[in-house]
Design a protein around this ligand. Structure first.
Ligand code: HEC
Ligand code: HEC
Ligand code: HEC
Ligand code: HEC
Ligand code: HEC
Ligand code: HEC
Ligand code: HEC
Ligand code: HEC
Ligand code: HEC
Length: 423
């Protein structure tokens, strides 16, 4: 045994007293827990390693680094003289190292029946993988996105790729103009995303149904979606908009011209909540960016805009009348249903514009007008009834007042007669 090893062994024993990391039968861990004591907290390896999924399922240092974990007190035997030992693992070599297990279905199935084993294949098709193969090692590799010595299952909120953490994981590089300088790519994706409907829903309201970067770019296949597939990606969540758009005549026109389908009108990273003004030709409808002059497109947009606008106004009117009737104490609870129905149809009508088909929109909106008519008529009838009741009440109170006055004078008369009789 070499002197340095003896010294280390003594250190091991001495350190048991003050390190809270347990001794194990794994030589790598036992020796490195001591080395950790010398390191700055940020550089310590064992601090998080026990929480790492790999150690949790019973793997250890040697499963990634090689070496001999049974060589207790000899670092040469454990590491430097062992031909399987991999010390520093170069960025270029990391995907294959991680993939040595993760692309082996037989091996991985011992641990989990459902785990996917396509990450490496996917990765090599991504711009990250393609560039790495070309020797550009600033691109994302497995450990940039998943971490190292602290890798968590992807469903664990501590994971760097847990949905709420994905945008900032990608932004480490994509938001850094200096780091990205040589690649001729914009670096505004995170900024735009952060203020979009999707970014606000995910990061402010923690709504996990809103997309993070990987929902549009793939987990491992990070490429910008091409124009043919953008609608499929948006359509995984916005099913009806996509179904209608795929059937519309605009779809093929857009594909032929190379417009990004949904993206052409809504954008990609900075998607905002659309309003009916998107169809208002006079106020810069989204159509105007491509259709400068009037004609069929303007006619269609106008029809959409005015139809939606009039349904909106009918709904406002219906709500106002129903609430007046309610305040006057009339029984109008059967009018809540048509009110709700009309609101639902308004939303469906906005979606139906994606057919770019006038007939379909008019068919959809019909039920909305039917429902508002029902509510308006019901509430008006209640208000008329209320007025009538009030009118009769007024007449009755007039009659009663008259009767009281008559009775009053009668009594007075009677009193006088009595007094006259007595005198
Ligand atoms: C008896 C103590 C001891 C044992 C056992 C030991 N190591 Fe080390 N290890 C060291 C020392 C000392 C260094 C050098 C640290 C330095 O100089 O930064 C080191 C460095 C490393 C490095 C970094 C290599 C590099 O090139 O920078 C890795 C990775 C590593 N060890 C992994 C392992 C693994 C895996 C095992 C078990 C198979 C193991 N070690 C067993 C003491 C040990
Ligand atoms: C899941 C695989 C994996 C496991 C398990 C793992 N490592 Fe590593 N380790 C890596 C990778 C990858 C790197 C290279 C990180 C880098 O530089 O980007 C690395 C780097 C290192 C380094 C070099 C110093 C540094 O941080 O740059 C040391 C030392 C080390 N590991 C020790 C250990 C020890 C000790 C264990 C067991 C407690 C261990 N590793 C477990 C994958 C692993
Ligand atoms: C650009 C970032 C990024 C890179 C690079 C990356 N991953 Fe992932 N990885 C993710 C995201 C995001 C998820 C999915 C999270 C989710 O499902 O919510 C994921 C999921 C996983 C999973 C869980 C199973 C699955 O496929 O959903 C494994 C295992 C995995 N990655 C391994 C790897 C390996 C191995 C590499 C390197 C070849 C790698 N990853 C490279 C971002 C990345
Ligand atoms: C020695 C084989 C092996 C190596 C090498 C390896 N892994 Fe794993 N990895 C596993 C096993 C086994 C699991 C646990 C599978 C499970 O339970 O889902 C796992 C789990 C994971 C998970 C969590 C998957 C999930 O269910 O969410 C991620 C992420 C991951 N590994 C990434 C990596 C990365 C990144 C590297 C390279 C730095 C790497 N792995 C190297 C075997 C390995
Ligand atoms: C370690 C830094 C780093 C991280 C982390 C990273 N990327 Fe990248 N990414 C790059 C670099 C560098 C390029 C440029 C590669 C090139 O063009 O050669 C790139 C390219 C891309 C491209 C291709 C762009 C194009 O038009 O060519 C997409 C898409 C992408 N990344 C998405 C993501 C997503 C999504 C994430 C997070 C899940 C992510 N990246 C995380 C560094 C990173
Ligand atoms: C709602 C879907 C969606 C989300 C979420 C999304 N992207 Fe994109 N991204 C796209 C589309 C579509 C393109 C294609 C742009 C084009 O080619 O016109 C794109 C393009 C890119 C590019 C290529 C350069 C560029 O800006 O055109 C990068 C890099 C990128 N995205 C990174 C990210 C990052 C990082 C995030 C998270 C902060 C993210 N994306 C979130 C849909 C999305
Ligand atoms: C992973 C699912 C998912 C994907 C993929 C997705 N979205 Fe969304 N989107 C949502 C959710 C959820 C909301 C609602 C956010 C909220 O609660 O405010 C939303 C909101 C919107 C809105 C605002 C709707 C409104 O009435 O407020 C628009 C417009 C939109 N998305 C367009 C797109 C486009 C275009 C794409 C593709 C480039 C896309 N989305 C991809 C889930 C998704
Ligand atoms: C030609 C322009 C155009 C295209 C292409 C387009 N949209 Fe729209 N989208 C609009 C307009 C205009 C509105 C606003 C309607 C309103 O509020 O009156 C809208 C509204 C929306 C809304 C909010 C209303 C609702 O349905 O909930 C979503 C979500 C949406 N679009 C998703 C998509 C998706 C997904 C695609 C691709 C399949 C797409 N859009 C393609 C113009 C377009
Ligand atoms: C990204 C560009 C783009 C946007 C945005 C766009 N269109 Fe178009 N649209 C075209 C192109 C290109 C054609 C086919 C050439 C033509 O007839 O001008 C077309 C054709 C049409 C046609 C058929 C024209 C005809 O004469 O029969 C209608 C209708 C139409 N668009 C309506 C709309 C409406 C409504 C909007 C806004 C909600 C809209 N478009 C937004 C590019 C666009």
């Amino acid at each position: 045994m070499k002197h340095s090893s003896v010294a280390l062994l003594i250190l091991v024993i001495a350190a048991v007293a003050y390190t809270d990391i347990p001794l194990t039968s794994d030589a790598c861990i036992n020796c490195h827990r001591l080395l950790d004591e010398e390191l700055e907290p940020g550089e310590q390896i064992l601090k998080n390693v026990f929480k790492d999924i790999h150690l949790q399922v019973g793997l250890s240092c040697a499963d990634c680094h090689g070496g001999n974990p049974d060589a207790y007190d000899d670092e040469d035997e454990a590491m430097w003289d062992d031909p399987t030992f991999r010390g520093e693992i170069a960025r270029m070599d990391q995907p294959e190292m991680c993939g040595s297990c993760h692309s082996d279905p037989q091996y991985m199935r011992q641990y989990s029946a459902t785990v996917k084993t396509d990450q490496i294949d996917q990765y090599w098709t991504s711009q990250h993988g393609i560039s790495l193969r070309n020797g550009i090692d600033k691109v994302a590799i497995c450990t940039d996105c998943h971490g190292v010595h602290g890798i968590y299952p992807v469903k664990d909120p501590r994971s760097q790729v847990y949905p709420l953490n994905v945008p900032s994981t990608c932004a480490q590089c994509h938001n850094d103009a200096q780091y990205m300088g040589e690649f001729n790519l914009p670096t505004d994706q995170f900024y735009l995303y952060r203020t979009s409907v999707h970014g606000k829903a995910l990061l402010d309201r923690q709504s996990l149904s809103a997309p993070a970067c990987n929902d549009c770019h793939g987990n491992h296949g990070a490429l910008p979606p091409d124009v043919v597939h953008i609608a499929d990606i948006c359509g995984t969540c916005h099913v009806n908009n996509n179904r209608l758009f795929q059937k519309s005549h605009l779809k093929n026109i857009f594909l032929k011209r190379g417009f990004g389908q949904c993206e052409a009108c809504h954008g990609n990273h900075g998607i905002k909540k659309p309003s009916d003004e998107y169809l208002n030709w006079e106020h810069g409808a989204v159509c105007v960016q491509c259709h400068k002059s009037a004609g069929n497109p303007k006619e269609l947009a106008d029809l959409f805009y005015h139809t939606i606008d009039s349904l909106k106004h009918q709904i406002i009117l219906a709500k106002e009348l129903v609430s007046q009737a309610e305040q006057k104490g009339m029984e109008i609870s059967d009018l809540y249903f048509p009110l709700e129905e009309s609101q639902k149809v308004l939303i469906q009508t906005r979606t139906s514009i994606h057919s770019f088909n006038k007939d379909l929109l008019l068919e959809t909106v019909k039920d909305g007008f039917k429902a508002t008519d029902e509510a308006i008529q019901g509430a008006s009838a209640a208000l008329i009834e209320f007025d009538q009741r009030r009118k009769w009440l007024f007449i009755f109170s007039l009659i009663i007042t008259f009767l009281i006055v008559v009775v009053y004078f009668k009594i007075k008369d009677f009193d006088r007669m009595q007094r006259n009789k007595n005198q």
